[in-house]
Design a protein around this ligand. Sequence first.
Ligand SMILES: NC(=O)c1ccc[n+]([C@@H]2O[C@H](COP(=O)([O-])OP(=O)(O)OC[C@H]3O[C@@H](n4cnc5c(N)ncnc54)[C@H](O)[C@@H]3O)[C@@H](O)[C@H]2O)c1
Length: 183
Amino acid sequence: MIPNGTQYLVNIPVPGSMGAQRNGKTGKIELADAGADVVIADILTSLAEDVVKEIEERGHRALGVKLDVTNANDVQEMISKVTDHFGRIDILINNAGIQCISAAEWGKYNINVNAIAPGIIETDLTRKRLEDKEYFDLWINRTPLERIGKPEDLSGAIIYLSSKASDFVTGNTIMIDGGYKVQ
Ligand SMILES: NC(=O)c1ccc[n+]([C@@H]2O[C@H](COP(=O)([O-])OP(=O)(O)OC[C@H]3O[C@@H](n4cnc5c(N)ncnc54)[C@H](O)[C@@H]3O)[C@@H](O)[C@H]2O)c1
């Protein structure tokens, strides 16, 4: 479990955990269920508010923030809004790419930096493409578990990396790809 009152800041979209589209709700709601206060930052305010409502109806705290991740002012404003509302930020989830460098540099500040590397996940981004049988079969044939990933397949790793259970884990990548990498 995540200690109650942990602030969870959603930043740049990653599948199944970010954004406010229906595919992105899963990770955030499960994090809220696990004890985190969740910030839903998305370019689409109405979608973010829908997710906030759903989390609040489950008895948890959440804050919706309009964010265009390509706009530095939006990012600054989001940080101000989140710290004004919740006091601090404990967990940041965004698109990785620099995690090894960051992990090496930020460890001394007690900051863990890890990545989740998904295979194909059915989201609003991929759904249409997966209707193409050839494309679908290509993924299935290269995936030992013989299915397309679901957003909720990422939730356990997100909760693990957000919890005390991973306090001594940094600079790592968790592959969640149904075995695609070993094919
Ligand atoms: N779906 C997959 O199989 C998969 C696999 C690996 C990596 N990824 C990557 O993960 C990311 C998200 O993928 P997804 O499948 O969840 O996409 P998606 O399109 O289903 O959802 C993206 C979410 O981000 C929001 N958004 C879009 N532009 C934004 C902006 N400028 N600022 C803030 N919010 C914004 C959207 O409103 C939406 O809620 C992408 O970068 C994608 O390349 C996806």
